[in-house]
Design a protein around this ligand. Structure first.
Ligand SMILES: *Cc1c(COP(=O)(O)O)cnc(C)c1O
Length: 341
């Protein structure tokens, strides 16, 4: 029996679900990539002195494959993820996975697990490329060898039963990333550090943490793992990339759609707390959350509601346009879609 045949596509959430195979490629001890390929899905054994376990030398990516309205499987801007992993690798002194190799590995993994791609309209196949230091180290230094892996897992739509605007907790007690730190890399350690602020926020009834700029704490930075946008008087603003913000693929796509399809004035600039609490609409963007409205933000102890705690019209349009392109319900005038044959 196929391992995918007993999945209830309607009850999928955003959780790990084992699939058939994963892609794995290792370097030799000089950091040169050897031949990679698909291996059965399963656990991986590793040295207790591995660079990733001891010093957090690792980075990841997140992307999605869709079953489209044209009944084919598509990837969305995979070159952007390949390129971002190159940047993460450089920052963490790991060998670069060439873009063509990255896309080939993702394509092979998705194809071999094609039966795990949810039916059209029922979610997507989440793709998780990983790069980590495998070889042993004792002192703090780059590992002698590395592993690149890609696994996939089916996920449902982020919102079951409709869009739910987020309740955010703005914090001055924690920063996500420092200027000149690792905020613009998808470095695994960034996410370990985000768990405690997130735990505190969730315990007090919030969905997510809204982080401020570490050096100028009247400026917004981003939400735990999503970029942020505010709309006021027809101007759409998002914090400019300055080294501590993760350059989201969804962020970039929304900027293009807002400018080129909706003809909005989009500005990558400083975005203040005041811009947010007086906004007509606000939302966050990411592969997992897609485009999610922000309904309320609490600053110190004051709660501010945005767009009447609902979803603004532009927010809804942007999500509709983005997902329509991803699902091939609308012409891909940007050339973002790669169809797998
Ligand atoms: C992954 C991530 C995002 C969103 O990036 P996408 O490429 O749109 O998925 C935003 N912020 C952080 C901190 C992230 O890790």
């Amino acid at each position: 029996m196929d391992p995918s045949s007993n999945i209830d596509w309607d009850s999928l959430g955003f959780d790990y679900y084992p699939t058939r195979s994963l892609y794995r490629m290792d370097t030799n001890t000089s950091g040169e990539w050897q031949d990679g390929g698909l291996v059965p899905f399963g656990d991986i054994s590793i040295s207790p002195a591995a660079g990733v376990l001891n010093y957090g030398q690792g980075a990841f990516e997140g992307m999605k494959a869709f079953r489209s309205a044209k009944d084919r499987i598509t990837l969305f801007r995979p070159d952007m993820n390949a390129n971002r992993m190159l940047q993460s690798a450089k920052r963490l002194v790991m060998p670069k996975v060439p873009t063509s190799k990255f896309i080939e590995a993702v394509t092979m993994t998705v194809k071999d697990n094609a039966d795990f791609v949810p039916p059209y309209g029922k979610g997507s196949l989440y793709i998780r490329p990983l790069l980590w230091g495998t070889g042993p180290v004792l002192g703090v230094r780059p590992a002698p060898s590395y592993t690149f892996a890609v696994f996939v897992t089916p996920v449902g739509p982020y919102f079951k039963g409709g869009v739910k605007p987020l309740k955010l907790k703005m914090t001055r007690n924690f920063h996500r990333a420092a200027p000149h730190g690792t905020g613009n890399a998808k470095a695994i350690g960034n996410y370990a550090a985000s768990l405690y602020p997130l735990k505190l926020a969730k315990e007090t009834g919030f969905d997510e943490v809204l982080y401020l700029h570490a050096a100028q704490d009247d400026l917004l930075e981003e939400v735990g793992s999503a970029n942020v946008f505010v709309l006021k008087g027809g101007i759409l603003k998002t914090p400019k990339l300055g080294g501590s913000i993760l350059p989201g693929v969804t962020r970039d796509s929304v900027i293009h759609i807002a400018r080129e399809i909706l003809h909005l004035d989009v500005r990558e600039t400083d975005v203040s707390i005041d811009d947010l609490i007086t906004a007509d609409e606000a939302f966050c963007t990411g592969t997992a959350v897609v485009v999610t409205p922000i309904g309320e933000v609490t600053v110190e102890d004051d709660a501010y509601s945005i767009a009447g705690q609902g979803e603004g019209e532009v927010t809804g349009k942007l999500r509709g346009l983005l997902t329509a392109i991803q699902k091939e319900e609308r012409d891909d005038s940007f050339g973002w879609i790669t169809a797998l044959d």
